[in-house]
Design a binder for this molecule. Structure first.
Ligand code: MG
Length: 172
């Protein structure tokens, strides 16, 4: 029997909390990214946008896969040489970015370019996760958080344009 999407959604939220990431942490990144373009943007809109992205099945699956691999690497339960590759967060490994990028694609080019920006200029919780310490492995999670934030930012950019057009502020 297929797993109900509510079960998956809840598992993702529980796991994110367990891995030390709050929805608000991701929303802060979204706020930083978008407030320059939309000064009236409210933090609560960023939280709502992150929640919407997290309700997407593709994103949930990517998160479950990535967080599981991070945890297995933390417990030294992957087989060699994958264990060493994930544990070392080897720069040329690339599967972490590829998994995260896959989930961003459905949100359009703004989300994709924003993901690239966050990959380079890690901000907020991404920087915290990317900072290596001996106890934790966040090889996949830092990229996945960038993916959620970039997607939520892309959503907001499109939503604001839609609203402007509805209100007749469109230039065309
Ligand atoms: Mg990574």
């Amino acid at each position: 029997m297929p797993v109900h999407s509510d079960v998956i959604h809840q598992a993702v939220k529980t796991k994110l909390a367990h891995r030390g990431v709050r929805i608000e942490d991701i929303a802060h990144i979204v706020y930083e990214l978008q407030r320059v373009y939309h000064p009236q943007l409210m933090f609560s809109e960023c939280v709502a946008s992150v929640e919407r992205v997290l309700s997407k099945r593709e994103m949930q699956h990517a998160l479950l896969v990535g967080m599981e691999l991070d945890e297995l690497a933390e417990r030294k339960q992957l087989s060699s040489p994958l264990q060493e590759l994930v544990e070392a967060d080897e720069g040329l490994f690339g599967c972490d970015e590829t998994l995260a990028l896959g989930s961003v694609l459905s949100y359009g080019s703004i989300a994709v370019t924003t993901f690239g920006y966050l990959d380079k200029y890690k901000i907020g919780i991404i920087k915290k996760l990317d900072t290596k310490n001996s106890d934790h492995v966040h090889t996949f999670l830092d990229d996945l958080i960038a993916s959620i934030a970039a997607s939520a930012a892309g959503r907001i950019a499109h939503k604001y344009r839609d609203n402007e057009e509805k209100q007749g502020f469109s230039s065309f």
